[in-house]
Design a protein around this ligand. Structure first.
Ligand SMILES: Nc1ncnc2c1ncn2[C@@H]1O[C@H](COP(=O)(O)OP(=O)(O)O)[C@@H](O)[C@H]1O
Ligand SMILES: O=C(O)C1=C[C@@H](OP(=O)(O)O)[C@@H](O)[C@H](O)C1
Ligand SMILES: [Mg+2]
Length: 170
């Protein structure tokens, strides 16, 4: 199916780049964080605080596996790679693009870590999550776009260039 799925760390720009990319392509846009919240009737941070990490990942996997669409840019949460069922379904839905951003740049962007609902185990830091997940993002990506030191618009253009190059077999 001809969807585009953006994966990467929280703060890498999946949601903000994704909606601009969808607008440029005339695609739909789906942020699966909103799907989770609507299915569960709770905010992401509430699910994490009240139920814990594994139930959150269960809810995310179920929400992602419920998605069926075409012609859509999909922005899953950064934790989508933590469950094989979730990332496996995303890979079936279309081309997976990894927005790769350095830890230093992410730390500058994520100034609301405690309220934006990052799936951390007790005691885990953003650096721990970065080190654990980076190989997973690389493994599941069909394309990787380096998004450090760029404006949102430059990243959208870089994603488009990468998609066109792949389509044209470069
Ligand atoms: N060059 C950039 N690319 C993407 N996001 C940026 C950039 N510069 C600053 N930001 C900010 O970083 C945050 C990215 O958050 P978001 O799009 O929600 O990422 P994600 O969905 O990957 O967690 C936004 O607040 C955005 O405005
Ligand atoms: O990476 C994570 O652990 C998470 C990222 C969030 O989405 P964004 O990646 O869009 O910020 C959200 O899905 C959830 O609260 C957990
Ligand atoms: Mg997002």
């Amino acid at each position: 199916m001809d969807n585009i799925i953006l994966i990467g760390m929280p703060g890498s720009g999946k949601s903000t780049v994704g909606v601009l990319l969808a607008k440029t392509l005339g695609y739909g846009f789906l942020d699966t964080d909103l799907t989770i919240q609507q299915r569960e009737g709770a905010l992401l941070q509430e699910i994490l605080d009240q139920r814990g990490l594994e139930p959150f990942l269960d809810a995310e996997e179920a929400a992602i596996c419920s998605v069926e669409c075409t012609g859509t840019v999909i922005a899953p949460g950064g934790s989508a790679v933590c469950r094989e069922g979730a990332i496996g379904h995303l890979k079936e839905l279309g081309t997976v693009v990894y927005l790769r951003v350095s830890l230093e740049a992410l730390e500058g962007r994520l100034n609301n870590m405690s309220t934006r609902g990052i799936a951390l185990s007790p005691g885990q830091t953003l650096a721990d999550v970065y080190n654990y997940r980076s190989p997973l993002y690389e493994k599941y990506a069909d394309l990787t776009v380096d998004a450090d030191g760029q404006t949102l618009e430059e990243t959208v253009a870089a994603v488009l260039r990468a998609l066109i190059a792949r389509r044209d077999g470069e």
